[in-house]
Ligand binder design. Structure first.
Ligand code: GTP
Ligand code: MG
Length: 370
């Protein structure tokens, strides 16, 4: 029994995970009631099978492809690149939306509301999260799933929690590739949730077309995003939880923010960021949110900015991969590994200046890389 349960764990469950992942995938049945048997049951799908599976939006093969893309294992990398290469022409036809905000602002609830609205209008919605901390605080993954309960049951929605493990750089490389896979599977709205801490927002900004900041009024700090410069990178700010006693406070916060926004340079050329109130819980303002996104698309597409930003993002993505690879090579280099502690110690002892220490370390790499 135990073995069976493990076999049907969700594929995003980290290897060696214990019982903290309470979710189990129950083997599905087809309409005739027999146990589903398809290609996806096979352990190791070929590149072609994965590609066909994604293009046909076979959810099992889609999930398997994303797992392959997210894998840190070298042999998987080659295969993932082959799959991605062939999916690339079918990708790109979506609007990519980043949704950020402080913990508890209501991002997941908003995604549930917006997602259901979009599905009702015939869209196909993929939800991804960028949260490098989720590998540590495993609970947040399950939290998000339950907060998007209705959405996660929808045929036209695909929810993928943050890949486990790795640095923000690693997580986002995978996220960008996951976007490509989801688009190739026909998802035309990609929603990316990220918690408003640290570097995350800036990184997510660099992979989306439209960036929404979710704020809450009355938290004692009306300008939560202001200090961190997050307001500056937003195309729209939603003041959430504008319901019940909170409506007045939300309207006040909106006025305050609009004043601030007047002084900021818009992050997307030709687009003035919008500020509005909404209630993710009751659904008020969700329709308006979507019309803002549509207006944004029309404006930036006709000016050519939409396309040029995406091109810039491709360059940025490439350079980040190069940087990550170089860093990886450096820290995994045997000679560097054998010498780095001693060099660090010498810096601490005042025997080596940081400048010459850096030079020595780089020289170590040069002796092995040509
Ligand atoms: N009154 C009210 N409560 C809301 C609204 N939106 C979300 N909430 C509540 O706020 C809490 C946090 O909501 P989440 O959607 O999980 O917030 P989040 O920003 O995704 O949180 P993290 O993922 O933990 O950062 C939950 O208890 C929600 O029910 C809203 O519009 N009105
Ligand atoms: Mg959330």
């Amino acid at each position: 029994m135990k073995e069976d349960a493990n076999k049907y764990k969700p594929d995003w469950t980290p290897e060696n995970a214990g019982e903290e992942f309470a979710v189990r995938v129950v083997k599905g049945t087809d309409k005739r009631g027999s146990v589903r048997q398809n290609n996806a049951d096979k352990k190791n799908n070929s590149v072609d099978e994965l590609i066909r599976g994604v293009l046909n939006n076979d959810r099992v093969l889609l999930a398997k492809t994303i797992t392959l893309v997210e894998s840190n294992a070298r042999p998987h990398y080659e295969k993932a690149q082959q799959v991605l290469q062939q999916l690339l022409p079918s990708s790109g036809k979506s609007v990519r939306i980043g949704i950020s905000g402080v913990p508890g602002a209501g991002k997941s609830t908003l995604i549930e509301s917006l997602g259901m609205y979009l599905i009702g209008r015939g869209h196909k919605v993929a939800v991804l999260t960028v949260d490098p901390s989720s590998s540590l605080t495993k609970g947040s993954i399950l939290g998000d799933k339950t907060r998007m309960e209705k959405l996660s049951r929808e045929e036209n929605c695909f929810i993928r929690p943050s890949p486990s493990g790795g640095t923000l750089g690693g997580v986002t490389r995978k996220s960008r590739e996951t976007i490509i896979v989801c688009e190739a599977a026909g998802y035309d709205v990609i929603l990316i949730e990220t918690v408003g801490i640290g570097q995350n927002e800036i990184t997510v900004r660099s992979m989306v077309d439209f960036f929404l900041l979710v704020q809450i009024a009355g938290a004692g700090d009306e300008l939560q995003g202001m200090k961190k410069g997050v307001v500056e990178i937003a195309d729209a700010i939603a003041i959430n939880k504008a319901d019940g006693d909170n409506i007045k406070k939300a309207e006040l916060a909106k006025t305050e923010l609009l004043n601030v926004m007047n002084y900021l340079k818009p992050v997307s050329a030709g687009w003035t960021p919008e500020v509005f109130t909404c209630s993710a819980q009751s659904g008020t303002g969700i329709k308006e949110l979507w019309s803002t996104v549509e207006k944004f698309k029309v404006t930036t597409m006709s000016s050519g900015f939409f396309e040029s930003r995406r091109n810039e993002q491709k360059i940025d993505w490439t350079m980040r991969m190069v940087e990550n690879e170089l860093l990886d090579n450096f820290y995994n280099n045997e000679i560097v590994k054998n010498n780095i502690s001693a060099i660090k110690q010498k810096i601490k002892n005042g025997e080596l200046l940081p400048t010459s220490a850096a030079e020595s370390l780089l020289k170590l790499l040069k002796t092995t890389v040509h």
